[in-house]
Design a protein around this ligand. Structure first.
Ligand code: BGC
Length: 400
């Protein structure tokens, strides 16, 4: 069986808002702190990775990993329209230096769900000048990115298209007390990716790829959430439609990119009404998702076929569980599917586990995805056995 490449990346992922803390000028901070916020938890200090990134990276490298995916936070770098902070850019520059010094390849995300508040409140990605504003931010940070090989432009554009209607509904209710829960429920029932926003994000991405290629030495791509949909009997047509509008469109956009970021956690059947919500099951994860480690294999093979052979990087895969033995079992199976796909000729360049740390899971702290636990009062980090286990896979460059 063909093994993994010698330069295979073994690492873990985070996103700025979920681990840094006090992302004050972002749209998510505004959502969380609104009086009508539907979220049980505020991100607050998160796990203070803004100050403790060195400790976090040292733990990853010490375990044997050789890569770390993290993001630049646009809301910190351009906290007000046109006001760019060199000090914040330099913060991320120091993170890149720290990663390289520790032997971790930095994989950098430019936008991971959060936007500067001024940008979001003036139309966000729907602003006619959205691509200009995003690329101006990229040009500003480009000097810090010169030694980075992998740059993810937009994280999960398909989830942005899916959640756009919900987020807009939430913004609408932040000023009027009381209606949030009802509006959220209505938005959830109608949820379907917004194709117009998908088209816009595709244009923004293409411009961003051009700018990344022109201003850095990195490979450019985007990362897409793959639900690994499967058709139920007689519903092949619905499956085709759902797959295209949720994922296929975004895979197609990646055809001319340098790499494609695969993000897979679970698999969902599609029936006559569309994706079937995960039924209650004792095996479901803390996010309520079905236990489907095979989703990674499905996602990799589909991404390979549908992008026409763009090199793949697994930028997220993992499970929300309080039982670390289960995390190891899930990841063992997922990596088995990855290795089979590689043996069948799929070009996979690395595996970045979600997540390095237990973190802010968009409204809640309860679903724990981390290889490292964090006490959120003292910020003490406690590596879980899964970190050493993944590090051992990295040192062997394979499961066995
Ligand atoms: C996102 C992460 C998130 C993870 C688990 C992905 O959709 O990129 O930010 O925490 O899945 O839900």
């Amino acid at each position: 069986m063909a093994g993994l490449r010698k330069d295979f990346l073994w690492g873990a992922s985070t996103s700025p808002h979920q681990v840094e803390g006090n992302n004050l000028n972002s749209d998510w901070w505004a959502l969380e702190t609104a009086p009508t916020s539907p979220f049980p938890d505020l991100s607050g200090d998160a796990v203070d990775s803004y100050h403790r990134y060195n400790e976090d990276m040292t733990l990853l490298a010490g375990a044997g990993l050789n890569a770390y995916r993290f993001g630049f936070e646009w809301a910190r770098i351009e906290p007000a329209d046109g006001q760019f902070s060199r000090a914040e850019r330099d913060h991320y520059w120091r993170m890149i230096d720290a990663a390289l010094r520790l032997g971790l390849k930095p994989v950098v995300t430019l936008h991971h769900f959060t936007l500067p508040r001024w940008f979001a409140e003036s139309g966000g990605w729907r602003r006619p000048d959205a691509a200009d504003r995003f690329t101006r931010y990229i040009e500003f940070i480009a000097p810090a990115l010169q030694e980075v090989d992998w740059i993810c432009t937009i994280n999960e554009p398909n989830m942005l298209a899916l959640f756009a209607t919900i987020q807009e509904a939430l913004f609408k209710v932040t000023d009027s007390q009381g209606a949030a829960a009802t509006e959220l429920a209505t938005a959830m029932a109608q949820v379907r990716p917004d194709q117009a926003l998908g088209d816009t994000l595709a244009q923004v991405h293409r411009r961003a790829v051009e700018v990344v290629r022109a201003t850095t030495n990195a490979k450019a791509g985007w990362t897409v959430a793959q639900q690994a949909f499967t058709p139920t009997e007689g519903n092949e047509d619905v499956f085709e439609r759902v797959h295209h509008e949720w994922e296929g469109f975004y895979l197609d956009v990646a055809r001319d990119d340098d790499f494609f970021g695969v993000q897979a956690y679970t698999s969902q059947p599609v029936d006559a009404n569309g994706p079937v919500p995960h039924p209650q099951h004792p095996d479901n994860s803390l996010t309520g998702w079905a236990y489907r480690p095979d989703a990674l294999g499905i996602a990799l093979r589909r991404a390979w076929d549908e992008t026409g052979g763009v090199p793949l990087l697994v930028t997220e895969n993992g499970i929300a569980t309080a039982d670390d033995t289960r995390r190891i079992a899930y990841t063992t199976e997922a990596l088995g599917h990855l290795e089979k796909a590689v043996a069948d000729g799929v070009d996979v360049r690395g595996y970045l586990h979600w997540s390095a740390l237990d973190n802010y899971e968009w409204g809640r702290y309860a679903p724990t995805f981390g290889l490292i636990a964090v006490d959120r009062e003292t910020f003490v980090r406690t590596p879980k056995p899964s970190l050493a286990w993944l590090g051992a896979c990295a040192r062997r460059n394979g499961l066995h």
